[in-house]
Design a protein around this ligand. Structure first.
Ligand code: GLA
Length: 374
């Protein structure tokens, strides 16, 4: 009897033992710095692979309604391709994700000038942290088991003055893959001088599997009754506009393709959807923001966040020039992003929720992408 109990205990242990994800080499930077990859797997076989360059998620495999796995994020096979040219595939973006008008803002009486690296509608702005944002730097990576599941922690110190931003910011992001199929992302940051901070994840999804064509049949529901309309430079006008009777109304399920080709002025400015929704939940609790359903595979994805905004970008700048990891070019609207964040250009928009992190305060933010199939 004793022996039986003992063997039951041992086999239970081996079933539930979770290994710490190991660092594996994933190429070298031009200066010789080695980039590491970490693979997280959950008990249902969902697999996420991420690297220390840009905290980029390389791949994310989830099952369809028949249990068949597919990689549902766009990206490349090699570090060289990520270094050469990427529209932020899978990366963490910051120090300020999204746009800052004219690359300028004032804070506590000082005006700061950032590099402008984007010019929609002929209007210059700073996009996603500037010329060398958090997506293009090498983070420190550490595999860990957190809350009993495989996880990886990436840390980065952004120096005072980096890309024109004030203050040294210490930032970490932890990716966890839970056994109830959540990719959970926890950010934490501190600064030694006041600075804007708006950090988000820029994965491009295609729930049919990357390389399997466009995303127009995906159905979306957003827990948002307003959005922030933009000018031709994709900078918010400051208005929080009701989505009612517009192509921006996803309070009930609509396909991405249903209204994306219309003559709405906002759609024209974005070349499609490239806008920030004002989430109904504004109290900083982890709340449901979006539900995505892909009818042919049955895959679903829910997005939960503590952030007040959600940028939905439907891959309008993809044009077939970039070759994806399975040898297929990524064409127009072959992937979409749901970037949880504060509103674009907040440092210049006093009526928007503040993005200023001050010394002595710890900034935290959590986003969950939860996967299912039906
Ligand atoms: C964000 C922006 C888009 C575009 C992509 C990257 O989602 O809102 O306008 O710049 O990043 O191509």
């Amino acid at each position: 009897m004793k022996i039986t109990l003992f063997s039951v205990a041992v086999s239970a242990c081996s079933v539930f033992a979770v290994d710490v994800p190991k660092a594996e080499p994933f190429g070298k930077m031009p200066d010789g710095t080695e980039i590491q990859a970490f693979t997280l797997t959950n008990k249902n076989g969902i697999k996420l692979r991420a690297i220390t360059y840009g905290a980029i998620v390389l791949s994310l495999e989830t099952p369809d309604r028949n249990g068949k796995l597919a990689d549902i994020v766009l990206g490349y096979n090699t570090l060289e391709e990520y270094i050469k040219d990427t529209p932020y595939f899978g990366a963490v973006v910051g120090r300020y994700g999204n746009r800052i008008a004219g690359g300028k803002f004032s804070l506590d009486g000082t005006t700061y000038t950032l590099a402008t690296n984007n010019e929609p509608g002929g209007m210059k702005c700073s996009l996603h942290g500037g010329l060398k944002g958090f997506d293009k730097v090498v983070w420190h990576g550490e595999g860990l088991v957190k809350n009993g599941v495989q996880s990886v922690k990436f840390s980065y110190t952004s120096k005072d003055g980096e890309e024109g931003f004030p203050g040294t910011v210490e930032l970490s992001v932890i990716y966890q893959l839970t056994d109830d199929n959540q990719w959970r992302i926890d950010y934490e940051a501190k600064t030694d001088k006041a600075s804007p901070l708006n950090v988000t994840q820029h994965s491009y999804f295609n729930l049919k599997g990357e390389g399997n064509g466009d995303i127009l049949e995906h159905e979306l529901v957003f827990k948002a009754s307003r959005f922030t309309p933009v000018n031709a430079g994709l900078i918010p006008t400051g208005e929080l506009r009701a989505v009612t009777n517009t192509p921006f109304d996803f309070t009930t399920a609509h396909r991405i393709g249903e209204r994306v080709k219309g003559d709405d002025e906002q759609i024209r400015f974005g070349g499609g959807y490239d806008h920030n929704w004002v989430l109904d939940s504004q109290d900083g609790s982890l709340a449901l923001a979006a539900i995505v359903t892909e009818p042919s595979s049955g895959r679903t994805m829910e997005v939960l966040t503590t952030e007040p905004g959600l940028q939905f970008y439907c891959g309008n700048f993809l044009d077939g020039k970039l070759m994806g990891k399975s040898g297929k070019a990524y064409q127009f609207r072959n992937g979409f992003c749901l970037e949880t964040q504060h509103y674009p250009d907040s440092p210049n928009q006093p009526s928007f929720p503040s993005t200023i992190l001050r010394p002595g305060k710890t900034w935290t933010s959590t986003t969950v992408y939860r996967f299912g199939a039906k």
